[in-house]
Design a binder for this molecule. Structure first.
Ligand code: FE2
Ligand code: FE2
Length: 133
């Protein structure tokens, strides 16, 4: 398991919390498959993870646009940077199928990023979106 749901900061918007919990489920399944060296399962879960990242980020970006969130560009910029890293990692994965490389990224990059991103950007966005409903 890469991270527990309890480690996720909660924000003031139920749908965003659900998006984050679903992502934790998926990334944990990817992580566990990599740890076991189950390449086939990891391959499948990596694709699910990519689709989930797209859904997670674009849902938040839609919410920000609809509520005219003042820091849209900065929050979206954070998403874009992480998305680029994940797509680059996926390209490397397709070539090398090296579980260690992906495990290292998830532990040292993605996990701390997600926790910090939620507490810094999603929490602020959730409060703003909540105010406009
Ligand atoms: Fe988020
Ligand atoms: Fe976000």
């Amino acid at each position: 398991m890469l991270l527990k749901k309890e480690e996720l900061p909660q924000v003031a918007h139920p749908m965003m919390n659900i998006l984050h919990e679903e992502e934790v489920d998926i990334v944990n399944q990817l992580y566990d498959a990599l740890k076991k060296g189950d390449i086939e399962k990891a391959d499948e879960m990596f694709k699910v993870f990519l689709a989930d990242i797209e859904d997670h980020f674009s849902t938040e970006e839609d919410m920000m646009r609809e509520s005219r969130f003042f820091a849209y560009q900065m929050h979206k910029g954070e998403h874009d940077t992480m998305k680029q890293k994940i797509y680059q990692l996926y390209e490397d994965w397709k070539k090398n199928k090296n579980p260690e490389e992906v495990i290292k990224f998830l532990e040292e990059d993605f996990k701390p990023w997600l926790i910090l991103h939620i507490s810094r950007w999603d929490a602020e966005t959730a409060m703003h979106v909540g105010d406009t409903i």
